[in-house]
Ligand binder design. Structure first.
Ligand code: FAD
Length: 460
C-alpha cells in the first residue's frame, strides 16, 4: 500500500482544489469521495445546479417583460424536463472536468466513504491507506427542522427543490436565507405562487439591514410573498395537500397555510459522521464544526480540516481558499485567507452582494464610519436596461478605508469584485473613485457610492 503525503477526505470545492494544489506543490495526494461524483455539494446539488435553474427561469420569465421593449412573444411554453436536462448536463460536464484535472495533476481518486481509524490512516471499505497527513473536507448538508420529515417529494430540502418534477401551485419556502430566496425565485419565475416564511422579522440575516430591505421590496415586486416573524410548528399531509401550522413569534397566535410543496431551507450543518473523530479525540464545537487553528490543524497532529465542516462562512470560494492555504502551509509555503474580505452573493434578481462589515455591526462596535450610497435609479446603464432596483452602499472609516460594501442590484455579484479587490489591497474610497469607470456601466454606481462617502457625489 503506497504512502501518501496527503489524503483528502471529500471531493467538494474545498477538498478537490486542495488536492490539486497539493499535487502541484509536489505532494503525493489522494482524494476520497463517497457520492460517486466529484465537486461536492457545490457542483452536484448546490451552486451550479441552482445557478443553471436561475438562469433558465430568468429567461422564461423575461419573456413576459418584452412588450415594453416593443417585442411580442406569443405561445411560449415551458418544457421543465428539458430545463432539468440542461442543468444535469452542466453538472455532469463539470464534475467530469474535475476527474480530468485529477488525472492531469496526478491526484489519485479513491471512491467510497472514508473513516480515520488512527492518525496517519484512512480507511475506505476494506482498504487502509497510509498517509503523513489527512485533510477533512467533508462539507455540509441541509439542517433538518425538528418534527418535520423531509421526504424530498412534498417536503423537500434544497436538493429536492432542484429537481421537482412539476411546477408547484403553491411552494412555501421556510427560511429567507440565500438558498431559500434563490430557489423560491426559480419556482416563482416558472409560475408557482411562492410564500417565504421566516422566523426573524427580516430577510437575509447577516446581510446589511438596509440592503436586505431593498432586496425584500424588489423580490416582493417580482412576486415573492413574505411572512416574517413566523415559526413553522408542523406540517400535516392531507387530501388537500399540505397544511402548515405557523406560530406568530412573540404573539400567542397560530396561523395555517396551505401548500402543495414545502422547501425547508433553514441553514446547513457540518457533515462529520462516520469519520471516527470522537474516538480520535478531534475537537468539535457545540454546533458540530471541527475546531481548527490558523493553520487548519485540528487538535490531533497530522489531521487538518477546511471548508463547510469548520467554522466560518459556508461558501464554495471560502472552502477553496481554505484548502489552498492549508496545503501551501503543509508544503512549507506561506498560506493565508483574509476572512474579512470573503464576498457573499445571493443570485436572485436583483442580486445581493456583500463584503466586510455591515452598518449594524459598526454601530454595535461603536466604530466611527462614513456611508456612501448610490441608487441604480440614477445610473444610466441601469435605466437603459430597465434594471433600476437597488443601490450600492459603501462603509468606510472617516479617513476613507473601506470597511464593508453592500449591493442590491442587477449584476451586483460582479460589481462587488471591485470592492473586494479594493479592500484586499487596502485601497480607500478615494482610490476607487479616482479610477476611470467606463460609461454607461453599472460599475459607475460603485464609483459614485465611493464619491458619496467622500461627500462628492456627482449624480446624486
Ligand atoms: P462539500 O461541497 O459539501 O463537499 C464535501 C464532499 O465530501 C461531498 O461531496 C461529500 O460526499 C464528501 N464526503 C463527506 N463525508 C465523506 C466521507 N466520510 N468519505 C468520503 N467523502 C465524504 N456557495 C457559494 O459560494 N456560492 C453559491 O452560489 C452557493 N450556492 C449554493 C446553493 C445551494 C442550493 C447549496 C445547498 C449550497 C450552495 N453554496 C454556495 C454552498 C456551497 O455549496 C458550499 O459552501 C461548498 O460546497 C462547501 O464546500 P466543501 O468542499 O467544504 O464541502
Amino acid at each position: 500500500m503506497s504512502l501518501y503525503d496527503l489524503v483528502v477526505i471529500g471531493g467538494g470545492p474545498g477538498g478537490y482544489v486542495a488536492a490539486i494544489r497539493a499535487a502541484q506543490l509536489g505532494l503525493k495526494v489522494a482524494c476520497v469521495e463517497g457520492r460517486g461524483a466529484l465537486g461536492g455539494t457545490c457542483l452536484n446539488v448546490g451552486c451550479i445546479p441552482s445557478k443553471a435553474l436561475l438562469s433558465s427561469s430568468a429567461k422564461f420569465e423575461s419573456l413576459s417583460h418584452l412588450a415594453g421593449h416593443g417585442i411580442a412573444v406569443d405561445g411560449a411554453t415551458l418544457d421543465l424536463g428539458a430545463m432539468m436536462g440542461r442543468k444535469e448536463k452542466i453538472v455532469g460536464d463539470l464534475t467530469k472536468g474535475i476527474a480530468f484535472l485529477f488525472k492531469k495533476n496526478g491526484v489519485d481518486l479513491i471512491e467510497g466513504w472514508a473513516s480515520i481509524p488512527a492518525p496517519g490512516k484512512v480507511q475506505v471499505g476494506d482498504d487502509v491507506f497510509e498517509t503523513k497527513n489527512i485533510l477533512i473536507a467533508t462539507g455540509s448538508e441541509p439542517t433538518p427542522l425538528p418534527g418535520v420529515e423531509i421526504d424530498e417529494v412534498d417536503v423537500v430540502s434544497s436538493t429536492g427543490a432542484l429537481s421537482l418534477a412539476n411546477v408547484p401551485e403553491h411552494l412555501v419556502v421556510v427560511g429567507a436565507g440565500v438558498i431559500g430566496l434563490e430557489l423560491g425565485q426559480v419556482w416563482s419565475r416558472l409560475g408557482a405562487k411562492v410564500t417565504v416564511v421566516e422566523y426573524l422579522d427580516r430577510i437575509l440575516p447577516g446581510i446589511d439591514g438596509e440592503i436586505a430591505k431593498l432586496a425584500q421590496r424588489a423580490l416582493s415586486k417580482r412576486g415573492l410573498k413574505f411572512q416574517l416573524g413566523r415559526a413553522l410548528k408542523s406540517i400535516d399531509k392531507g387530501d388537500e395537500g399540505l397544511t402548515l401550522t405557523l406560530d406568530r413569534v412573540g404573539k400567542d397566535k397560530e396561523e395555517q397555510l396551505q401548500a402543495d410543496k414545502v422547501l425547508i431551507a433553514i441553514g446547513r450543518r457540518p457533515v462529520i459522521r462516520g469519520l471516527g473523530l470522537e474516538a480520535l479525540g478531534v475537537s468539535v464545537n457545540g454546533r458540530g464544526f471541527v475546531e481548527v487553528d490558523e493553520r487548519f490543524a485540528t487538535s490531533v497532529p497530522g489531521i487538518y480540516a477546511i471548508g463547510d465542516c469548520v467554522p466560518g462562512p459556508m461558501l464554495a470560494h471560502k472552502a477553496e481558499e481554505d484548502g489552498v492555504a492549508c496545503v501551501e502551509m503543509l508544503a512549507g509555503e506561506a498560506g493565508h485567507v483574509d476572512y474579512g474580505t470573503v464576498p457573499g452573493i445571493v443570485y436572485t434578481d436583483p442580486e445581493v452582494a456583500s463584503v466586510g462589515v455591515t452598518e449594524e455591526a459598526l454601530k454595535e462596535a461603536g466604530t466611527d464610519y462614513v456611508v456612501g450610497k448610490f441608487t441604480f435609479m440614477a445610473n444610466s446603464r441601469a435605466r437603459a436596461q430597465g434594471e433600476t432596483d437597488g443601490a450600492v452602499k459603501v462603509l468606510a472609516t472617516p479617513e476613507g478605508k473601506i470597511l464593508g460594501a453592500h449591493i442590491c442590484g442587477a449584476h451586483g455579484g460582479d460589481l462587488i469584485a471591485e470592492l473586494v479587490l479594493a479592500m484586499t489591497k487596502g485601497a480607500t474610497v478615494s482610490d476607487v473613485a479616482a479610477a476611470c469607470h467606463a460609461h454607461p456601466a453599472m460599475a459607475e454606481a460603485v464609483k459614485e457610492a465611493c464619491l458619496d462617502a467622500m461627500g462628492r457625489a456627482i449624480h446624486a
